[in-house]
Design a protein around this ligand. Structure first.
Ligand code: ZN
Length: 327
């Protein structure tokens, strides 16, 4: 028996210049650089992970930064916006902060009852900040100059652009997501876990589908989302999901990703889905205090660490001086 999916585990996107990507997500958005590792499928390039202070599932945005990546184009069969939750009362802070850092911001009032800030990262990826009743900021990133009371909490959800609704809706339904709202051509689905009780918002609970039958297919490249991962509670749960999903869709075998185990499948509209385990997490190979500071490679690549390091573009992590202590 499969367990209920709580929401998103991580979102993975493609970026261009690694240093520019690192500077934006730590220096502008104030996320913690949780892991500096390599792309297991392309070991001469990085895989960056950003998140809350501990790299909690549901807060993790990851990138494959390829120095000379061509820009992608957004279109159908893609995640077109990735949304983070911010605490209620933080919209003004973020609007000012982004403007001060020369990020062009669009404020959308009252989308499905909440205020949304939309902007692009340096590679053109569309990111949103959503203000709504929120969970306490328990794990605000250290080394960030964003005040704890305004710190990004983790994912709100993602928006996928689709030309057809029923088949993608069926796949979300298989994963336990149910439609909770509709506004124009936007359909909101929520993970069926009980995270919406009261003020306690589970992270990454929402998947929106924007329906546009005339939309052109997207083209992957810098600034586009590569895949989204949902959470599997543990290894047994993932095995159960492998069997369940396999009855309906082509699904990969279980892959060892060092910080989690993964299975991959494509929803009928074209978005690549992953189901990743919460275990073992990002402290499996380095302590919480120094997460992201040294390059980490999987054991099977240990012997090649030196030649690999020489192939990577060097990057510098700038830790904010006004670090605050987390509880
Ligand atoms: Zn992934």
């Amino acid at each position: 028996m499969t367990k209920t999916i709580a929401g998103l585990h991580h979102v993975t996107a493609i970026a261009g210049d690694p240093q520019r990507n690192l500077d934006f997500y730590t220096g502008v958005l104030g996320l913690r650089f949780v892991k500096k590792t390599i792309n297991f499928d392309d070991p001469g390039t990085y895989h960056f992970y950003f998140g809350d202070d501990a790299g909690t599932p549901g807060t993790i945005l990851t990138f494959f930064p390829w120095q000379h990546a061509r820009r992608g184009t957004m279109g159908a069969g893609e995640v077109t916006q990735t949304a983070f939750s911010i605490p209620r009362g933080s919209i003004g802070y973020w609007e000012k902060r982004l403007a001060a850092k020369n990020v062009e911001v669009e404020r959308k009032e009252e989308r499905m009852g909440v205020t949304v800030l939309l902007f692009r990262d340096p590679d053109g990826m569309q990111v949103e900040l959503v203000e709504h009743a929120s969970a306490p900021t328990r794990r605000a990133p250290r080394f960030a100059d964003v005040p704890v009371e305004h710190a990004i909490l983790g994912f709100f959800g993602v928006t996928m652009l689709e030309r057809d609704l029923p088949r993608t809706e069926a796949t979300l339904g298989l994963l336990g997501f149910r439609k909770i709202a509709e506004e124009g051509n936007r359909f909101r689905f929520a993970a069926s876990g009980d995270g919406d009780a009261g003020d306690s918002v589970a992270l990454g609970r929402y998947v929106d589908i924007v329906l546009d039958p005339a939309a052109r297919q997207g083209r992957p490249g810098a600034g586009t989302v590569h895949h989204i991962a949902f959470r599997a509670e543990d290894y047994e749960d993932q095995k159960a999901w492998l069997a369940t999903i396999g009855e309906h869709l082509a699904v990969s075998p279980i892959m060892e990703r060092d910080y989690f185990r993964s299975i991959y499948f494509r929803e009928p509209g074209g978005v690549l889905f992953e189901l990743a385990t919460d275990l073992p997490g990002f402290t499996v190979d380095e302590p919480l205090e120094t997460l992201g500071e040294a390059l980490r490679v999987p054991q099977w690549l240990d012997a090649q660490l030196v030649p690999l390091t020489e192939r990577l573009v060097p990057v510098t992590l700038h830790k904010a001086t006004t670090a605050h202590q987390t509880r």
